[in-house]
Design a protein around this ligand. Sequence first.
Ligand code: NAD
Length: 259
Amino acid sequence: MSGQLEGKVALITGGASGIGADCARQFAAEGARVVVTDMQDGLGEAVAAEVGGLFLHHDVSDEGAWKSVVAAVLARHGRLDIVINNAGVFIGQTIEETELEVWNKVLSINLTGVMLGCKHGIAAMKTNPGGPSGAIVNVSSITGFIGLASAAAYTASKGGVRLLTKSVAVHCARQYRTIRCNSLHPGAIDTPMNQAAFDASGDPEGTRAFFSSVQPIGRMATSGEMAACALFLASDAASFVTGTELVADGGWLAASGPL
Ligand SMILES: NC(=O)c1ccc[n+]([C@@H]2O[C@H](COP(=O)([O-])OP(=O)(O)OC[C@H]3O[C@@H](n4cnc5c(N)ncnc54)[C@H](O)[C@@H]3O)[C@@H](O)[C@H]2O)c1
């Protein structure tokens, strides 16, 4: 099926790389007008150019930046239909290692950034010509369900995203009916974020093999496979889906162990 997002305007945070970049590609291929935002200007501009979209420099933890970005989207396109709150950082520190500065940084990007994206995304979606409408997809993680011992702040941030999503979804359903909000929970995905973590482990190949083996499907996912999940949640095919979790982890959470 093509043209699933025809006529829609999609804002994708962290769109310069990995899952966000593939969302930009797939959404544009389905007819969306795409706005890519990120802190990595060169990569973000290249993705936007590739998909015929707009790039905006954007720190998702900054509320003033969110106001400017949403105003720019409305000035350019006159509407906002989809927000993919995808930007995120991974910093591996156990609870005993966690520095307050690291905790605050991870929470400000991974959780506060998502909250701001919901708040300012809804403000724009309410004003859409024809009445309130829209879909928000918040990229959490399987660490929204299970504790990753090596990453306390990251796990806390993704758990927060999971339940924030439900609060937003219920509010929007009651207030507007047609603004939806769901969370996406990737397992181990082959992106620059994970490659950096593998490199930092001292045994990149062994770590990659480990994260492939914990997913019963036996491999890491591609960022394109995650973008396809985000596309479903963002599209009208998911018109009755709100406040729920799409876990895309190759069976990781379903498995209780090697058996
Ligand atoms: N890769 C995985 O295995 C995996 C698993 C579960 C969840 N996730 C989540 O998926 C999302 C995308 O991750 P990815 O793997 O594609 O990583 P990635 O590093 O390839 O992309 C993340 C992007 O976010 C951007 N970003 C970071 N801080 C930002 C900020 N303050 N403002 C705006 N942009 C910022 C980065 O510049 C980068 O382009 C993240 O939220 C991540 O936590 C990834």
